[in-house]
Ligand binder design. Structure first.
Ligand SMILES: NC(=O)c1ccc[n+]([C@@H]2O[C@H](COP(=O)([O-])OP(=O)(O)OC[C@H]3O[C@@H](n4cnc5c(N)ncnc54)[C@H](OP(=O)(O)O)[C@@H]3O)[C@@H](O)[C@H]2O)c1
Length: 270
């Protein structure tokens, strides 16, 4: 069994550990590092996974999953540089950090795979996009695909598309939360109690998402099926169009892509 070490078991790191345990991975082969002793003992108790330090993790693990915040990467790279060798696959979940950063700082030839996950990983429904660095092979990508499929779906993308992916699926859940929040407000405006409005909208979102995922139908087809001539839905659609909601969505996602590019530039090759 592959030994995996998660470096920085915060929200995303814990979600991955939990998904791997639920998928049947032996917890004894799942290591993690954490800064807070209290947090570490919580994780050991909850999942039976093994706490390690960075050097110990690098020695034992076949795969090192880097899950610290991008702003915490420098000290971790300093710790990793002397202990990682080219037999270890490094998987980065850090938003905006290019594979070239890891390749520059770690032993020559170290295989690196970059992943853009999203928060539904905590409920096993992540969308993760993975890209190979210069030394990562097809087998490395297949291994990462296998690991991440225990916490959701996985797509392969060229690294050049990672900023666009960040804007689409990385930030994507936030757009849906925002929409749900606005729809609940509309329910309040119409005099529906908050708890009921919340239930109505969340279940509509779950139902719509399940139809999209399971029917294989285009979203336009599904929307047309509930849009009858001179009916209620078309009146709402007219208002959405009048307020430029589609154009706002395009501009919003483009702005998120631009910001992701800007954040990444700080870590590009000198
Ligand atoms: N959350 C998202 O929506 C999302 C989506 C896509 C990608 N990501 C990426 O996933 C990564 C993790 O995000 P997150 O939301 O899980 O962050 P998080 O909850 O802050 O988790 C990071 C964890 O790493 C620990 N840590 C930091 N430096 C460490 C070190 N040198 N050694 C050991 N542990 C260390 C932190 O400890 P302290 O608490 O003590 O600082 C924290 O527990 C980020 O790079 C982010 O870009 C997140």
């Amino acid at each position: 069994m592959t030994t995996i070490a998660v470096l920085g078991a915060g929200k995303i790191g814990e979600a991955l550990l939990s998904g791997l345990v639920q998928a049947g991975h032996d917890p004894e082969e799942l290591l993690f590092t954490e800064r807070s002793a209290e947090r570490a003992s919580e994780l050991v108790k909850r999942y039976g996974v093994v706490e390690a330090d960075v050097a110990g993790a690098a020695t034992r693990a076949d795969v090192l999953v880097v899950a610290v915040k991008p702003q915490d990467i420098e000290p971790l790279l300093d710790e990793l540089a002397p202990v990682v060798d080219r037999r270890t696959l490094v998987v980065s979940l850090c938003a905006g950090l290019p594979t070239s950063l890891f390749e520059r700082r770690l032993a020559e030839g170290t295989p690196v795979v970059r992943v853009m996950p999203n928060t539904p990983m905590v409920v096993g429904a992540a969308m993760s996009a993975i890209s190979a660095g210069r030394h990562a092979t097809d087998e490395h990508l297949a291994l990462v695909e296998r690991l991440l499929s225990s916490v959701g779906r996985v797509a392969r993308v060229p690294e050049a598309q990672q900023d666009a992916v960040t804007a689409l699926s990385g930030s994507g859940p936030a757009y849906f939360f925002y929409l749900v929040e606005a729809m609940i407000d509309a329910g309040i405006l119409l005099g529906i109690p908050r708890a009921l409005a919340t239930e109505l909208i969340i279940q509509s979102a779950v139902g719509a998402a399940t139809m999209l995922a399971e029917s294989g139908e285009h979203p336009v087809t599904l929307r047309e099926a509930v849009t009858s001539p001179a009916g209620t839905t078309i009146m709402a659609i007219r208002e959405l169009e009048r307020h430029g909601v589609r154009a706002a969505m395009l501009a919003a996602i483009e702005a998120a892509r631009d910001r992701s590019e800007e954040l990444g530039r700080a870590h590009q090759d000198d």
